[in-house]
Design a protein around this ligand. Structure first.
Ligand code: SIN
Length: 528
């Protein structure tokens, strides 16, 4: 039996921040679907938001985060995020993390959407994720870290007392393996791959979310999904992200008539909250207009944005002409597996950190560059908790129980159909008609979300998990009859504070039935 003190599923920033501290004294196993550098964190162009400048304050960062999240965020959790985030960044600085500095040797702090001041640390211009992940990989205490790469976790394992005690995986040869630990941490990232187009790494399609739901974890806020306004788009195909930092450096959004499309739409123009900017571009595209990021007044563009420049040039864009064609695509999942302030789920032994978790810090729409920050904060916090737990831990029963009947893996949907239909009906804008079409399409199968998938192949499992997530997201979107943050309903275009402020839609398993109820915490529960 292969065992570790802690198993971490995923290899992004939250995973590595956790592993960095734990691996000083404990045996950590990191399991990742592909290569250790195949993650959204590694691809991150934007940086880390932290109020480290003398002119800034965490309270202001708190306000900006709450406003971007349209007050759906949890006040206490957001407050802790910005305060502990600043400390976590200062710790990285003390460790000599390679953040960019200007000629006076001060940090060059960037500006991004919905921030009231310059507070974004970058590394290598637009290569923050790559530099930071490489830096964190080097800080791991290697003898204590066991890497399992190219194995997809397909199921969480439980013992008879209901504790999560391990994971089942599949490699590319479709061989099944099992690994055991008293502490299983999901750091699997979000579910951007549920949509097309997307800025996400192709492997990020929400496996962690679906597995947690199947195991009985509480899932919330799935109707809030962030679409990034600016993906480089050529002949209708999205190629890759053009960081918001480009707009922060002075880039403007114009249509093919040369009109500045954000004028009169938001006081912060191109730097308004992402859902607002994405929606305006979407409307332009719907009315047949192309939209461009005008970079003609950005000084030293190629030096400041080296990887974006390379991507543009490789795709035939002449940077001297100063116009990059853009359109929106899926980017970040605000909801996820419900956790407490440490990262614990409602299931003993199961934790979630980073984008897969619903930590309450992003509200209805995440503030730019707060996601790497969340990974740093929750990775660190969970590490302190687990170190103490490991010290006092008694023996645990590692015999897993199998509780699902085997079924044949044949799905009536392809991955592409799910991605395209999610974009069409539960994408940047929604309404009852589209949501109902999508719900009845998703439900036109006899499959349940609780099939035994052990004998299915990886691709089929991934598609099946996308179908489960699509179902949960669409149900959530149908219930929230208002527009807030990343949930824009054409039939309910306003924020409706009297009915919805701080109210969450939560999916839970109970007696295999569907029910909607309200409780004192102003949550709506959907039972499956
Ligand atoms: C970006 O660079 O625009 C993305 C950064 C983020 O999502 O916070």
């Amino acid at each position: 039996m292969k065992k570790a003190d802690v198993i971490i599923v995923g290899s992004g920033i939250a995973a590595l921040q956790l592993a960095r501290t734990l691996s000083q004294q404990s045996h950590v196993m990191i399991i990742t679907k592909n290569h250790r550098r195949s993650s959204n964190s590694f691809m991150a162009q934007g940086g880390i938001a932290a109020a480290i400048s003398k002119e800034d304050h965490s309270d202001q960062h708190f306000i900006d985060t709450m406003i971007a999240g349209e007050w759906h965020g949890n006040n206490e959790r957001v407050k802790r995020l910005v305060e502990e985030g600043k400390e976590a960044v200062e710790e990285l600085i003390a460790m000599k993390a390679p953040f960019d500095r200007n000629t006076n040797d001060e940090f060059s702090l960037g500006m991004e959407g919905a921030h009231s001041t310059h507070r974004i640390l970058h590394s290598g211009g637009d290569q923050t994720g790559k530099h930071l992940i490489n830096f964190l990989l080097e800080t791991l205490s290697t003898p204590n870290v066991e890497w399992i790469e190219n194995e997809m976790v397909i199921e969480l394992l439980f013992n008879t007392s209901g504790s999560c005690i391990g994971v089942q995986t599949k490699n590319y040869a479709e061989e099944t393996r099992e690994y055991f630990s008293s502490h299983i941490v999901l750091a699997t990232g979000g579910a951007g791959g549920m949509y097309l187009p997307t800025s996400n790494h192709p492997s990020v399609s929400g496996d962690g979310l679906a597995m947690a739901y199947r195991a009985g974890a509480r899932i919330a806020d799935l109707e809030f999904f962030q679409f990034h306004p600016t993906l480089l788009t050529i002949e209708g195909e999205a190629i890759g992200l053009i960081s918001e930092a480009v707009r922060g450096a002075g880039g403007t959004l114009i249509n093919d008539h040369g009109d500045r499309i954000m004028e009169g739409k938001h006081p912060q123009l191109e730097l308004g909250p992402r859902h607002i900017v994405a929606h305006e571009i979407f409307k332009q595209n719907e009315s047949g207009r192309k939209v461009y990021l005008d970079i003609s007044n950005i000084d030293r563009f190629q030096t400041r944005f080296p990887s974006i420049s390379t991507m543009c040039v490789q795709n035939g864009i002449c940077l001297e002409e100063g116009k990059i064609p853009v359109s929106p695509g899926s980017h970040f999942m605000m909801g996820g597996v419900v956790i407490d302030e440490i990262g614990r789920t409602n299931l003993k032994g199961l934790y979630a950190i980073g984008e897969v978790a619903c930590s309450g810090v992003h509200g209805a729409n995440r503030l730019a560059s707060n996601s790497l920050l969340e990974g740093l904060v929750y990775g660190k916090r969970l590490a302190s908790y687990l170190i103490k737990s490991l010290e006092i831990e008694g023996p645990r029963d590692f015999s897993s129980i199998k509780f699902r009947k085997k079924t044949k893996g044949s799905l009536p949907f392809s991955m592409k159909e799910i991605q395209e239909n999610m974009m069409k009906y539960v994408g940047i804008i929604r309404d009852k008609k589209g949501i109902d079409i999508q719900l009845s399409w998703l439900k036109s199968t006899s499959l349940s979300p609780f099939e035994n998938i052990e004998d299915w192949d990886r691709k089929t499992i991934q598609t099946y998990y996308m179908w489960i997530n699509a179902l949960l997201m669409t149900e959530s979107a149908s219930l929230r009859t208002e527009s807030r943050g990343g949930h824009i309903r054409l039939d309910f275009p306003q924020v409706d504070d009297s009915n919805w402020l701080k109210k969450r839609i939560v999916h839970e398993q109970r007696n295999q039935r569907m029910k909607v109820e309200y409780d004192e915490q102003r949550e709506i529960k959907i039972y499956a």
